[in-house]
Each structure stands twice: as structure tokens, then as C-alpha cells.
Design a protein around this ligand. Structure first.
Ligand SMILES: [Ca+2]
Ligand SMILES: [Ca+2]
Length: 401
């Protein structure tokens, strides 16, 4: 994981250097980040913390903090600052927003324990679609990033309701998110009674929205072809009884189960950005009772939703929604994802990814004996390649990013 952190720092510095020409006329100010914690003694452990500041247009500036202090040089603007670190027992995370005006400033961040590294985690997500509003070519790849066999049985995959560029309607008046995730569209899960669908260390599975060869579809004049063939996907999401835009079911590819349907066609995060979670229900609960007990309709909501408690989340990726104002509206709690990632249509900046044929993918930290290991610090600003990528199901790696 440490190598992953260093890779993240190097990548962020490279990104920042690439932007220097544009910024050379803009004056930079010192932002002193003071980190404190009630759960870990920062001074006595000599914990080195990675500090990441992400501006509203997605530019990242990084530094390390020793003895709880770091200094960043930032141009005026609004930033999301996240601090992450780890010792031999825990990962730590804290974050704060800061607005830099025309003076040096300081910000205090309180560090808390974050969840341990995940075992089954998202490897690559593709849902932005292809031009001409072709969106059924999405896929979701999950990998076992641990050194032991893990089981897919009962793992829930769902889309967190967001505000399409505005704050989530599930946040309170102060903007605090609840400690559960309201699911939108369709929420799915892997079948099995507990140990029917093993995933070997390093092995991944591709879940297709529709398990067909999208790159061979019949085009009309001016259409662009999809980049993916999903006819050999490992799993498929099949939503029966869709009268408009009916779903297709490849009989050779097993289907996930449906936990809860709210509205919408098939499995479809917003093509401009949607956050996803993986969750595992507690061992003493059945899927049926879990769904009943966690379907909520708080005051002010127009419809009940399956609300997955944060404590059962095993991986989360806050893919923020693109909007012209570049308001960053996180919907994932810091303890599950301290950062965020944008599925951009550009390699270098934040641009609307809708129908851009772009995926987001996790960074590879090392390759040993042919097996790739992936970054998982519970901070997608560090762990994922920022901006959109060309989607590749079962992408292979020969070296670390
Ligand atoms: Ca489908
Ligand atoms: Ca099928």
C-alpha cells in the first residue's frame, strides 16, 4: 500500500507540473494543514501522512505531513483537502474543505480511523456510454485484492442516489450525509449461500449491463462503435419486464439477483457520474430481511429506497457528477471513500463524460508473478487514475502505474 501512496504522489505531482504553464501568472498562497487526532498519537508514531488538495476543476496538489503539519502552495479557489495515512494496525483519514482567498491561510483536520483495506473491490467501472446515447455497454469489474480466497455470494452492488451536481437530498440542512447509502435505479446482488462463487486471490469478474458484443452492433450512418465486447462477461444484470427499451438476457452468462428496484432502465448510473458501493450483509441476516429492515422513506423523500448502512460497505467509489459549475457533491462518507474521482471525457481535465466511451479504473501498485495488486487506501483520489480511461474488461497489467 505504501508504494501505492508514493505512486499517487508522483502521479499527482506530474499532473500538477503539466498545469504549471497555465498557472504561472496566478499567485500561490501557503495553506498550512494542521492534523490532529484523538485516536492516534501523530507525534509519537512519527506517522507520515499524505495530504491531497483537489481543486474544483479536479487539479490535484499533494504533500506529505510529518508531525501533523504540511504546507501546500495553492492558487486562490476552493479545495477539498484529504489526509490519509496508516500504521501497522489501521488506516487513518480526515478531510476538510478550504477556500483560499488572497492570503496565506491554515486549516485544521481531525484524523480518524478508516476501514481496513477491502478484499473484494471495484477494479474498473464503465457506465459513461458511447455517442448517440448508447449506454447498455456498461460493465463493472470486481477483483479479489487479498491473499485469501473470497466469495462473491451475497455481495450487493448498488448506485448511490446523488443530486445530479447538487447536494444529495438525503443530506441534512448542514450538508451532513446519513450513515447509510440510499440506493437508486436497480440494486443487485450475487446469488449463492455463502461459498458457491469463490474468487481466487487476484482473480476478477466482469459484470455486464448486457452481455453481448457491443463492438459488433449494427451502426447507422454517423454512429460511433462501442469499445467493448461483453459477450464473454462473467455475470450479467438482467431486469425483466421492461416494456420500454427491453433488456436482453444472454443465456450463457449467469444473472445477478435483484435486491430492490426503484426506477429506471436496466443498471444505469448517471452517464455524467454516479457513485457505487459494494456491501456484504451481516452473517446473521437473510437478504430478504436485510432488504425489508433497510428500506426507508424519511420525511421529505418521494419514494422509499433501500438504504445500505455504511458499516456493511466493503468498497465504495465516489464518482462525482460533472456539472458546469464544478460543484463537487460527495455522496460517500469519508470513512468509506475519503476522496472522489471523475469519469472525464478528457485525459487532462474534468469534462462531461456522458457518452464519451470512458471508464474509471483503479491504479495498479505492483505486479508479482503475473498477479496485479491494486491501490486501496479508501481514497479514490489516490486509488483511481483520475479522468477517464478507455474501458478494457479484464485489463491485464505488466507493471505498476
Ligand atoms: Ca441488462
Ligand atoms: Ca444472462
Amino acid at each position: 500500500m505504501k508504494k501505492g501512496l508514493f505512486a499517487a504522489i508522483i502521479c499527482s505531482v506530474a499532473l500538477f507540473a503539466a498545469c504549471d504553464n497555465e498557472d504561472e501568472v496566478a499567485k500561490k498562497y501557503e495553506v498550512t494543514v494542521n492534523v490532529s487526532s484523538q485516536t492516534v498519537n501523530i507525534d509519537s508514531l512519527g506517522l507520515i501522512l499524505n495530504v491531497n488538495a483537489v481543486s474544483e476543476n479536479g487539479k490535484t496538489t499533494s504533500a506529505t505531513a510529518e508531525n501533523g503539519k504540511a504546507v501546500l502552495n495553492l492558487v486562490a479557489g476552493s479545495y477539498s483537502i484529504t489526509v490519509t495515512g496508516s500504521d501497522e494496525f489501521y488506516n487513518y483519514v480526515g478531510s476538510s474543505k478550504v477556500t483560499v482567498t488572497n492570503a496565506n491561510t491554515s486549516v485544521s483536520i481531525i484524523l480518524g480511523k478508516s476501514k481496513p483495506e477491502g478484499k473484494i473491490i471495484f477494479k474498473e467501472l464503465y457506465f459513461t456510454g458511447t455517442p448517440q446515447s448508447y449506454w447498455t455497454d456498461g460493465f463493472y469489474e470486481l477483483v479479489n485484492n487479498s491473499d485469501e480466497v473470497q466469495y462473491l455470494d451475497g455481495i450487493i452492488m448498488g448506485i448511490v442516489e446523488n443530486g445530479y451536481g447538487s447536494p444529495s437530498s438525503w443530506a441534512d440542512e448542514e450538508g451532513n450525509l446519513p450513515d447509510y447509502y440510499p440506493m437508486t435505479n436497480h440494486t443487485v446482488y450475487f446469488p449463492g449461500s455463502g461459498n458457491e462463487y469463490p474468487l481466487e486471490p487476484g482473480q476478477s469478474v466482469v459484470v455486464a449491463t448486457r452481455a453481448i458484443n457491443h463492438s459488433a452492433r449494427e451502426l447507422e450512418e454517423g454512429d460511433e462503435q462501442s469499445p467493448v465486447d461483453l459477450s464473454n462477461a462473467d455475470w450479467e444484470i438482467f431486469i425483466p419486464d421492461q416494456s420500454f427499451n427491453p433488456d436482453t438476457d444472454n443465456p450463457d452468462v449467469p444473472n445477478l439477483e435483484i435486491a430492490k428496484s426503484k426506477f429506471g432502465f436496466d443498471f444505469m448510473p448517471p452517464t455524467s457520474g454516479g457513485s457505487l458501493i459494494l456491501a456484504k450483509i451481516p452473517a446473521d441476516s437473510t437478504m430478504e430481511s436485510f432488504i425489508i429492515n433497510n428500506t426507508l422513506k424519511p420525511e421529505g423523500q418521494w419514494m422509499a429506497a433501500l438504504c445500505v448502512p455504511s458499516e456493511y460497505v466493503i468498497d465504495a467509489v465516489d464518482v462525482v457528477y460533472f456539472n458546469e459549475e464544478q460543484n463537487i457533491c460527495k455522496v460517500i462518507l469519508d470513512s468509506d471513500d475519503a476522496g472522489y474521482v471523475c469519469a472525464s471525457s478528457s485525459d487532462e481535465e474534468w469534462a462531461d463524460p456522458a457518452y464519451s466511451k470512458r471508464s474509471i479504473r483503479r491504479k495498479c501498485t505492483k505486479v508479482e508473478n503475473g498477479r496485479a495488486y491494486f491501490a486501496d487506501t479508501n481514497n479514490s483520489s489516490n486509488d483511481f487514475v483520475q479522468y477517464g480511461q478507455t474501458p478494457v474488461p479484464h485489463r491485464t497489467f505488466t507493471a505498476a502505474d
